[in-house]
Design a protein around this ligand. Sequence first.
Ligand code: PAF
Length: 286
Amino acid sequence: MIVAKDVKQLDEALHEARLKNKTIGLVPTMGALHQGHLSLMEQAKKTCDILVVSIFVNPTQFGPGEDFESYPRQLEVDSKLAAEANCDVLFCPAEEVMYPDGPTQLVHVRQGADVLCGARRPGHFDGVATVVLKLLSLVGPHKAFFGQKDAQQLAIIKQLTKEFFLPVSIIGCPTVREEDGLAKSSRNVYLTPQERAMAPTLYNALQSAAQSGERQLKKLVSMVENELSILPIGSIDYVEAYEYPSLKSVDYVEGTVILAVAYQFSKARLIDHILIEFTNRNRGEA
Ligand code: PAF
């Protein structure tokens, strides 16, 4: 595995692959690699000749008072994990490489960023879109792999690449879960043992609402809120539902809807979601 720390080293590492027209797959991460990231790498490795993994804790997607300073940084451990996942090039630039003049230009996301996590983290998706655009420009991958767990991020990135005519396929990969249903996340390490035991309730609540057959979004949201309100620790940040991937407000499940939750434990804020589909075929059967 080649470790590239700046643009020159990255270009050198990819020179031969580009010359030989090899397919390049990019897995962008902020490090603290876990099973979820490894499954993205596995997917990329299956469908591309060269796997590039980037590790960069991107300052522009953190708001004031968020966990930018304390975000887990463990480059040595992560390098080992990436090498074991058969990563060909590990790109781990410093802030000066990604923002040589500081963040003087940012992409502004005008649709889909004002709901769910975007509404609570103003500017977050501008930072995400900016850094993803930079990474795609630098690496020039044929495919880039993102977790479906961050469904709002995935929808925004797909729209970004469409609107900027970027020659890359954005591949959404399924959420990796613990045996009890908790979605894997770098932030799970912040859960106390008691919180960890309660955390699967998030996905259980989403699943029971989705399986209820209810089509009114307000009622689906109430079902999840009711189930979470019995948790003795933490508080609901939001339970919301929108059409997906447009993230527009709708009243009824028609096509695909995202039912999403964010829950604040003492230190960890966890997010999860479920996609609910209602097709003409379902309607015929109902
Ligand atoms: O999902 C993440 O880890 C980050 O938002 C990403 C896509 C690597 C951009 O910094």
